[in-house]
Design a protein around this ligand. Structure first.
Ligand code: ATP
Ligand code: MG
Length: 394
């Protein structure tokens, strides 16, 4: 069946009162962005308090619905057949043809729900419901009416044209990206941080990202994996500016000067500081990490507190209470899992100690860091100045 439009159903953004149009505009912007990669030409517009995507000419249906189902803020996508406005008699024939083609299996219950925004139309909504219901029953005697829980709820909307639709493809929910500021995601090549970015973006937050690599200890391929992951998260989150920071000298300096069991914590603290620098420079309102309590030594409550202590921006950790298998499930759903499990070295694992502290004491950590004073400032400065910026999905 050929669909000419999609009616976009949105949930939470409907409740925003006077701000509603801002949310709708952000939603339309994100829809246009998502459809850029789909073959075909589309017109996204608002009409009678609803958002529509009109498909102009031929297009790829699977790709189009796939792209729309990644736009946060959408709760449902209804494929619409558009008919030229016509009197009740030809409309009856079109409705029967629609049911015939759409539902090969006729052992179904249905209900017709009409809306008439063109009040000049000769029949009222109630009359349309009756007339169209009758004609469907006549054409398909196996079908039955059920006004409470129909298998098929056929919407008939009469306006300049007539819209028929009866299916809702679920959208991802959430809020349109861009309606809630932006945040800086610490993106590693692992499973967790892409999921964390996805979850915060789903609440309407635009993303930037920072990746710390340590050449030659980490390879170019490990970096490409992170670029790939940013691209996959960007299918939902939109364009992402990715900062790639060369962390080698900082890591070596920590390795040479600090107790080995504290390496990971001190390294994580420097990552957070540098991430916060870029975040503030770009007006981000927070940092995002993929941490979850107790997952590894650097994510105990004490370790998280020690890492957190270097930041003044809020740090969002959407996975904080998740078990690994729950995180894996989401990463499979959003299709980052296969990329995340590719075996490339991570800068955290290369310098990792055999027995890292699990209950770091902040004062002791700060004392250890004093050994870096006088050398580390320049190394951090160099890392900031030599950053590589990669624009993902512009
Ligand atoms: P992930 O699966 O996200 O890599 P992880 O379980 O490996 O997480 P850690 O290595 O302790 O956990 O990292 C915790 C968090 O710190 C990550 O989720 C990520 O947000 C950030 N992080 C770790 N390594 C890097 C890195 N090389 N570049 C950027 N961020 C990083
Ligand atoms: Mg990791």
């Amino acid at each position: 069946m050929e669909f000419h439009s999609f009616l976009i159903k949105y949930g939470e953004i409907g409740i925003k009162g006077k701000n509603r149009y801002l949310f709708e505009d952000a939603l339309m912007h994100q829809i246009r962005f998502a459809l850029q990669e789909v073959e075909g030409s589309f017109r996204v517009h608002k009409s009678h308090g609803r958002v529509y995507v009109d498909c102009e000419g031929s297009y790829d249906y699977e790709e189009a619905t796939g792209a729309l189902s990644r736009v946060f803020g959408i709760v449902g996508i209804c494929p619409v057949v558009r008919l030229e406005s016509k009197g009740p008699e030809p409309l009856k024939q079109d409705v029967v043809a629609y049911m015939e083609e759409r539902y090969p299996d006729k052992k179904k219950t249905f209900k017709v729900e009409s809306r008439r925004s063109d009040k000049r139309y000769p029949l009222t909504s109630m009359e349309l419901n009756c007339v169209l219901g009758e004609v469907i029953l006549e054409a398909f005697p196996e079908m039955k009416v059920d006004v409470h829980h129909p298998d098929i709820l056929l919407h008939v909307e009469v306006r300049e044209e007539i819209y028929l639709y009866s299916e809702i493809i679920p959208g991802p929910g959430g809020m349109p990206v861009g309606t809630n500021g932006s945040a800086m995601l610490l993106l590693s090549g692992g499973i967790d941080s892409p999921v964390a970015g996805y979850m915060i973006a789903k609440r309407g937050v635009a993303l930037e990202a920072v990746y710390f690599h340590a050449p030659p200890y980490t390879s170019e391929r490990a970096k490409e994996k992170v670029v790939d992951l940013a691209g996959l998260v960007g299918r939902y989150a939109g364009p992402i500016r990715l900062y790639v920071v060369n962390f080698t000298e900082i890591q070596l300096s920590i390795y040479e000067n600090c107790p080995h069991e504290e390496l990971t914590i001190i390294m994580r603290r420097y990552m957070m500081k540098i991430a916060e620098y870029f975040a503030k420079k770009d007006g981000c309102l927070g940092l995002i990490t993929g941490e979850s309590i107790g997952q590894v030594a650097s994510q105990t409550m004490q370790s998280l507190a020690a890492t957190n202590a270097v930041c003044t921006l809020p740090v969002y950790r959407p996975l904080i209470g998740f078990d690994k298998r729950d995180i894996v499930k989401i990463s499979e759903k959003i299709q980052t899992y296969e990329t995340s499990i590719q075996p490339f070295e991570d800068c955290c694992t290369i310098f990792v100690a055999k027995h890292p502290v699990t209950k770091p004491d902040l004062e002791r950590i700060e004392k250890s860091e004093m050994k870096l004073v006088g050398k580390i400032e320049e190394l951090v400065q160099t890392a900031l100045e030599s950053v590589e910026i990669i624009q993902i999905r512009s």
